[in-house]
Design a binder for this molecule. Structure first.
Ligand SMILES: Nc1nc2c(ncn2[C@@H]2O[C@H](COP(=O)(O)OP(=O)(O)OP(=O)(O)O)[C@@H](O)[C@H]2O)c(=O)[nH]1
Length: 346
């Protein structure tokens, strides 16, 4: 899926929009040669100005509405992320105000064109057109705050991650440096791509795997699932929760060698938090760097996990050892779902 806000146009602020429309109208009027008597010429020229101002503004505003998806029509993953970035109520209110401005300007256009057509006085005709300009400017000023809100919202929404929502997704968690990106590379066959993600400076790494009918993607979320949830603010937590709509399986990585810089105790603590937070998910737990870890630490981690009914897999991600077993586990978990998918398609 593409970023749903990819096509959202740049949003002109109130003054920019008014300037643009008035400049276009002057340009149109200066290259137009009216025919007939003095009054008829004045009518034609001012009608052209009125129509041009109205068209330019309405086209600009219409484009915003046409190219901005309704948040509630988006997949839940994107809805959750949008809510971390913008206030949905404000966003809808801003879009509604744009719709109001389009309609109001259209009504003013019709009313003033009619007045111009009926007037017999060139001075009054020019006066009517100036009045129209004034009223249009005040409509746009009325929605100035909303345009500014949409302008800012667009800047953040266009950075939403581009993620294929049709593939089953495996989310990798664990402290920094435990080997998350190393394992991600082993589990996927293309070079991982970096997608932007709200509240992470590094973005997230997404890698895909495809072999026969087994297809999945793995995402690593630096800065998201690698420190205690209790240290998060509300919005960061929401960005994490969005992952719930995306993920099917969690791979949790321990580094019993502690070379990552986090003592095993701390890793167990983080695991407990994430295990609790994502308790409805199947977990695959791996003990990485067993090539350099003390047997005693490895055992300690294993006992801790077995007490929870989890059988961890020992791996050396750097060498690819144990990775096949991880893939087998992934297959076991995803198989029923993939079979269902295949029977649906065929
Ligand atoms: N000895 C050993 N080192 C490993 C193994 N797997 C990864 N490493 C090393 O551990 C370090 C961290 O690995 P990364 O894959 O970058 O870890 P990460 O969890 O993705 O790190 P962040 O994305 O920064 O959180 C690197 O220097 C790896 O080479 C392993 O199985 N054995």
């Amino acid at each position: 899926m593409k970023n749903p806000f990819e096509k959202m146009p740049t949003i002109l602020l109130a003054d920019e929009l008014i300037d643009k429309a008035f400049r276009r109208a002057e340009k149109a009027a200066s290259s137009f040669t009216p025919r007939g008597n003095k009054i008829s010429k004045a009518r034609q020229r001012e009608e052209l100005r009125i129509r041009t101002v109205s068209n330019v503004i309405r086209d600009n505003l219409r484009k915003i509405l046409d190219r901005t998806p309704g948040v509630s029509t988006l997949p839940p993953f994107y809805q959750e992320l949008v809510d971390t970035l913008v206030d949905r109520k404000m966003f809808h209110k801003a879009l509604a105000s744009v719709n109001w401005a389009i309609k109001t300007i259209r009504t003013l256009e019709e009313r003033y064109v009619e007045k111009v057509r009926y007037s017999r006085d060139p001075n009054e005709i020019a006066q009517l057109r100036r009045q129209f300009y004034g009223r249009v400017a005040s409509v746009i000023k009325d929605i100035a705050d909303n345009l500014e809100y949409l302008n800012k919202a667009r800047d953040v929404l266009k950075d939403l991650p581009v993620i294929d929502l049709s593939l089953p997704t495996i989310v990798i968690a664990g402290h920094p440096n435990v080997g998350k990106s190393t394992l991600l590379r082993q589990l996927t066959n293309a070079k991982p791509e970096v997608a932007s993600y709200p509240f992470t400076t590094k973005g997230i790494n997404v890698g895909q795997f495809e072999e026969h009918w087994l297809k999945y993607q793995v995402i690593d979320t630096p800065g998201l699932l690698d420190r205690p949830l209790s240290e998060r603010n509300e919005i960061e937590r929401q960005a994490i929760l969005a992952l719930k709509h995306l993920g099917k399986v969690i791979i949790y990585i321990f580094d019993p060698s502690e070379y990552c810089g986090f003592p095993l105790e701390e890793q167990m603590h983080l695991f407990e938090e994430i295990y609790e937070e994502f308790k409805e998910f199947p977990f695959i737990v791996v003990l990485n760097k067993v090539d350099v870890a003390d047997e005693e630490k490895i055992r300690k981690a294993e006992e801790f996990l077995r007490a929870k009914g989890i059988e961890p897999i020992r791996i050396v991600a750097k060498e690819g050892l144990g990775v096949d077993e991880v893939k087998k586990k992934i297959l076991e978990i995803l198989k029923p779902e993939l079979e269902e998918e295949i029977s649906r398609v065929s």
